[in-house]
Write a protein that binds this ligand. Structure first.
Ligand SMILES: C[S@@+](CC[C@H](N)C(=O)[O-])C[C@H]1O[C@@H](n2cnc3c(N)ncnc32)[C@H](O)[C@@H]1O
Length: 214
């Protein structure tokens, strides 16, 4: 298990984070707990025009982190806005799914339109189009479908698009909500990492797993 020594000086204070999200409309928060880790890993990019790719945006909370913490970043957000399989198992989340795209548009696209590229669709069809366009990314956040095979596919598709030194963050690496390993990200992440041995450096491994491309 590799965890970062957290440098609290790099972490935005509560008031700053609260301002980023003030007046916005969310059903839940899957982002804030990750901010100390992301800030420690990404602080060197704060003044750079980094290219960020996010697979799985929901209502835009994590995208708003990248847009605010990295003020020169351009962020591509891919989501079919149909929710995940696990959301259908929970009445509260199942009821939120139809509202996610509207919330994303109001929370993210309206205030940050020039720095955000919203692409509505599944990663399996959208990422190959980005590859054809020879797009490259410095930071990738994989938080779409949590099925192992889908996470593996997302990682394999984005890897050629990651610039040297680029960061890939896998959410929910140690998530255990679903019954079988095949329905959770870890198996897919581990299989992918085995396949790219020697091509990456492990940056962080706890609930999330983060690598840097060599
Ligand atoms: C856990 S939510 C993302 C949460 C968001 N990153 C945040 O922290 O606020 C997962 C999202 O992935 C999306 N999703 C599911 N399958 C996908 C796929 N194949 N490609 C892209 N997004 C997908 C769902 O529609 C859902 O909005």
């Amino acid at each position: 298990m590799r965890s970062l020594m957290s440098n609290t000086a790099l972490i935005p204070d509560h008031e700053t984070i609260a301002r980023w999200y003030d007046g916005k409309d969310f059903s839940c928060d899957w982002t804030t707990a990750n901010i100390p880790i992301w800030a420690n890993i990404l602080h060197e990019h704060r003044n750079r025009a980094v290219r960020v790719l996010e697979i799985g945006s929901w209502e835009g909370r994590s995208a708003l982190f990248f847009l605010n913490y990295l003020p020169k970043a351009h962020v591509v957000c891919i989501d079919p806005f149909g929710g995940n399989a696990e959301h259908q198992l929970d009445e509260y989340f199942a009821n939120q799914v139809p509202a996610t795209e509207g919330r994303f548009d109001r929370n993210v696209v309206a205030p940050f339109g020039g720095r955000v590229e919203k692409i509505k669709g599944a990663s399996g069809t959208v990422v190959p189009r980005l590859a054809i366009e020879a797009r490259q990314f410095d930071i990738v956040y994989i938080d779409g479908s949590h099925f192992a095979a889908d996470v593996y596919a997302d990682a394999a598709l984005i890897w050629p698009l990651v610039a040297p030194g680029g960061i890939v963050i896998f959410d929910d690496y140690n998530w255990d909500l679903m019954d079988t390993e095949q329905e959770r990200p870890k198996l897919g992440v581990d299989a992918f990492l085995a396949g790219i041995a020697g091509q990456y450096r492990l940056v962080h491994s706890e609930y999330q797993l983060v690598i840097a491309k060599s």
